[in-house]
Design a protein around this ligand. Structure first.
Ligand code: PMP
Length: 378
């Protein structure tokens, strides 16, 4: 059977590739999924939905209650909200629905691998934009350098996976003005917006609401990865335009998750504040342990990732992919190679601080010792 270029052109995710090799004993600093429990009231809402014993389709855009909850949460009109099957579907719709074959789309490098792959699936070409070295901030100059007449859209992601960095408001404004002057729209993945430990999260929707699509969801902020629920927000005409794709691909988001969504957003502020405290503490602990082991690691800023430079060890091992494989093999700790996030991530490892303090300490010392050993053996 023929395999379409759309499918064969997809690069398998390094995140999944290395995670699939883990053993039952492995410590996971790989996949970024919070280990914290779903809020009890949200659990109750999910159970109450199941107890009804029926699960009808919801309207394509989502139930009015779920859409209204998101609209109230973000301070926008309900006509500009679609409920999706997680942020991932929101990204897919935003790209498939706004770029054409032959277009170019700017994606962060290093950045979440789905961006470049979904751009390819849309028949367009992903073009990486570099981030400020070390700090990983947005650079209007680096973005201007890769804009061409074919550039149609830019994907923004703050707080970032994999770097944990957040966009400074002034840098974001420069970039948004630059993009507006070139007729480039933005697609903003804000899945980590509640995980900010220093600085303030700014959405492009605050200043340029009609020139892009804002995507968010409950996977990270409510540990609801498996419940697959998120949203895309934007101008009501754009949401209406994306509805057709959504309708024919998934029909609508999961009914149980939509029933729980308004409850999650009701308990949101206090719930995410306590999650932030947990993850800030873990981020600091992991940072301390890595530094004690001789590795460089900056303060936790956002999301729940440290992007750790390991240039020498990566070079000796034949690259960050080989290094992460060797770390798993020799220390039983899953880490994600920076190269999996684009060439801009080579020489780094992404470590997720989503496990308990004890596991983090143990994993950090095993990884740091192994890296010191690799460098010493040269
Ligand atoms: N965007 C980013 C930056 C992510 O890190 C992830 C999950 N790792 C997603 C989107 C996917 O989110 P969801 O589970 O809501 O589809």
């Amino acid at each position: 059977m023929n395999i379409a270029e759309r499918a064969s052109g997809i690069f398998p995710s390094q995140i999944r590739r290395i995670t699939d090799r883990a053993r039952p004993t492995s410590i996971h600093l790989g996949l970024g999924q919070p280990d914290t429990a779903i809020h009890p009231e949200v659990q109750q809402a999910l159970l109450a939905y199941v107890a009804i014993g029926k699960a009808p389709y919801t309207p394509n855009l989502g139930t009015l209650a779920a859409r209204q909850a998101v609209a109230d949460h973000l301070g926008i009109d309900v006509a500009g909200v679609m409920i999706t099957h997680g942020v991932q579907e929101g990204l897919a719709l935003s790209l498939l629905g706004t770029v054409d074959p032959g277009d170019e789309v700017l994606v962060p490098d290093p950045g979440f691998p789905a961006y470049a792959n979904l751009v390819r699936a849309a028949g367009a070409t992903p073009v990486g934009y570099a981030l400020e070295s070390g700090q990983w901030g947005l650079s209007a100059a680096a973005i201007e350098a890769v804009i061409t007449p074919k550039t149609r859209a830019i994907v923004l992601n703050s707080p970032s996976n994999p770097t944990g960095a957040i966009h400074r408001a002034a840098d974001l404004q420069h970039v948004l003005e630059l993009c507006a002057s070139h007729g480039i729209h933005w697609i903003s993945d804000e899945i980590y917006e509640d995980f900010v430990y220093s600085g303030v999260h700014t959405s492009p929707a605050d200043s340029h609401p009609n020139q892009g699509l804002r995507i968010g969801g409950l996977s990270k902020s409510h540990s609801m990865m498996g419940w697959r629920v998120g949203w895309v927000t934007g101008h009501p005409d754009m949401i209406e335009a994306l509805k057709g794709l959504h309708q024919h691909i998934v029909t609508a988001a999961c009914g149980a998750s939509q029933a729980a969504l308004p409850v999650a957003l009701q308990v949101h502020a206090a719930h995410v504040a306590s999650m932030r405290d947990i993850f800030r503490g873990r981020g600091r602990l992991l940072q301390d342990r890595l530094k004690q082991g001789g590795l460089e690691c900056s303060d936790p800023v956002g999301a729940f990732y440290h992007f750790v430079p390991v240039f020498d060890a990566a070079q000796i091992s034949g690259g960050s992919v080989a290094l992460a494989e060797a770390i798993l093999e020799h220390t039983d700790v899953v880490t994600i190679p920076g190269f999996g996030f684009g060439t801009g991530g080579e020489g780094y490892l992404r470590l997720a601080y989503t496990v308990s303090d004890d596991l983090l300490s143990e994993a950090a010392s095993r990884v740091a010792d192994y890296i010191a050993d690799v460098v010493q053996r040269g």
